[in-house]
Structure formats: structure tokens, C-alpha cells
Design a binder for this molecule. Structure first.
Ligand code: LIP
Length: 273
């Protein structure tokens, strides 16, 4: 894909993310139609579905030859080398349901399976994160960078999540990893949105983040925002990340990423997307 087309993709995603954000704020706080998915803590609202439908329709009109993956309509579709829009209409649905402000729309584009455009917009935090491969990362139009002053895990502010699965294997992994890492670092925070966690690593307000049990729509946009901000994304085991592989580790630099990877005793191998 040439530079001009990539720019058109980014601009379209930004415009649509802002419109999707307006749909989220309009729906916030009122009684919602909520359904459970894989567990009682894995929710979908009517707004998730409406936003995904809106984004799919608009993007299909603008980019008829592209492929599409979305949280609420396509699971286990596989990622190909074709340009693919990857959409999480509301990342942090649980926060959205509870009116906790860390929730956003996340639009990623992959080409050759590599994330090349990422747009993440949180209307409640008034933050629009954007990145296009080779062009840096931005928040509300200003360049952002990962933190430069974290030299070891003992100086790091980490992000992680409990996630929305409720099976024993996941619970055990979360607690054992937290127990192992939690006392080695400055602090651990859980915000409830994978996309915003990755943006926080990108803008330097956190130093690293890991999570198991994610899906490709939770990670695609955030991955390119982190790398364009000068950070790294990797598999939790330390190798190259595979965004279909249900886990990610993002960090301000390779050293912190590998220190965190080595400190995690459990690396869940979940069925790929
Ligand atoms: C959520 C993630 C969050 C994770 C939850 C869930 P959703 O995405 O962003 O980090 O802990 O389990 O996957 O379901 O709100 O789009």
C-alpha cells in the first residue's frame, strides 16, 4: 500500500472514531441492553453492536476491497496478508457499562498481517491516539513518546488486567503472575481497557503492560501506537508478538520488556483467534 493510501486510511479511521465516540457518549449512563458472552463478566451492549455496524458500513463503503474483523460480528476469521480493518467498537465494555471513563473505540489496519494504522479514541477521557507506520504516534495531534527514564523493573509502573474470563486456569495465572511481579515494581494498575493500556505505554504514563486472554481487536491498533511511540510489543514469552495469539506484552524498551517477560512465571497458551 502506498503512502497516500495509508494516509487516507488513517484520516478515515480518525473521522469515524470521533463519530463512534459521539455514539458512545450519547448512550452513556442510560439504561443499556446488556448481554453476556463467554462469562458473566464478558458483556456486550447494544452500543457495541451499533458502533460496530456503523464502522463496518462506513469502512466497507470507503474501502470495498479490504477485509474486516470486528469483535461483535466476526470471531475466528483468520488474518490474511490483505489489508484488514480490525475493530473493537467499545474496548472496555465493562467500564462503559459502569460509566468508568477508561473506555474507547479502537480501529486498527493490518497489511501483510502487520499493524500499520492505529486509531484509539476515548470520548470520556477526551484522548485521541493515532499512529501510522513510519510517521510517529500522537495524542490529540501532539507527538507522544514512551518513557525514557525507566531503567529497571524496580522503577516501573506496570499495567495488567484480570480480564473477563472466569475459569480456574485464568484465575490462577493472573494471581501467580501478579504475586510474582507486583512486589518487584513501583506499582501495578488495572484500567480495564487493553487499547488504553497500550496507549498509556505509548505516551509514557506507564512503563509496561501484559495481558493474557485478549483478542486481535484488543491489540491491533494499540500495537502500532506503541511501536510508533518508540516502544516495543512482544509475546509475553519474549519472542515476536503474534496479534492472533491472545496475549501481548508492551514496554517502553526492549530491556524492560524482557525483564517483565522473565519475571512472569505463567504464560497462558490459549486457542488463537
Ligand atoms: C476487554 C479488554 C480488557 C480485558 C477484558 C476485555 P472488551 O475488551 O480491553 O483489557 O481485560 O477482558 O477483553 O471486551 O471490553 O472489548
Amino acid at each position: 500500500m502506498d503512502a497516500k493510501e495509508l494516509l487516507r486510511c488513517e484520516r478515515s479511521a480518525i473521522r469515524l472514531a470521533i463519530e463512534a465516540g459521539a455514539m458512545m457518549t450519547a448512550a452513556s449512563g442510560r439504561n443499556k441492553e446488556i448481554a453476556e458472552k463467554d462469562s458473566f463478566a464478558d458483556l456486550v451492549t447494544e452500543t457495541d453492536k451499533a458502533v460496530e455496524k456503523f464502522l463496518f458500513n462506513e469502512l466497507k463503503r470507503l474501502f470495498p476491497d479490504f477485509r474486516f474483523i470486528g469483535e461483535e460480528t466476526s470471531s475466528r476469521v483468520g488474518l490474511t496478508a490483505d489489508p484488514t480493518w480490525i475493530i473493537d467498537p467499545i474496548d472496555g465494555t465493562m467500564n462503559f457499562v459502569h460509566t468508568f471513563p477508561c473506555t474507547c473505540v479502537s480501529i486498527g489496519l493490518t497489511v501483510n498481517k502487520v499493524p500499520v494504522v492505529g486509531v484509539i479514541y476515548s470520548p470520556f477521557l477526551d484522548k485521541l491516539y493515532t499512529a501510522r507506520k513510519g510517521s510517529g504516534a500522537y495524542c490529540n495531534g501532539r507527538p507522544i513518546s514512551v518513557s525514557k527514564n525507566c531503567n529497571s523493573l524496580s522503577e516501573a509502573l506496570l499495567l495488567c488486567e484480570f480480564g473477563n474470563q472466569r475459569d480456574d486456569e485464568k484465575k490462577n495465572a493472573v494471581f501467580r503472575n501478579l504475586e510474582a511481579v507486583g512486589w518487584l515494581v513501583h506499582g501495578v494498575r488495572c484500567m480495564g481497557s487493553a487499547a488504553l493500556n497500550l496507549c498509556s505505554v505509548a505516551d509514557g504514563s506507564a512503563d509496561a503492560y501484559w495481558e493474557f486472554g485478549l483478542h486481535v481487536w484488543d491489540m491491533a491498533a494499540g500495537a502500532v501506537i506503541v511501536t510508533e511511540a518508540g516502544g516495543v510489543v512482544m509475546d509475553t514469552k519474549g519472542g515476536p508478538v503474534d496479534i492472533m495469539n491472545r496475549r501481548i506484552l508492551g514496554a517502553c524498551c526492549d530491556k524492560i520488556g524482557h525483564e517483565l517477560s522473565a519475571a512472569l512465571p505463567i504464560h497462558l497458551d490459549l486457542e488463537s483467534d
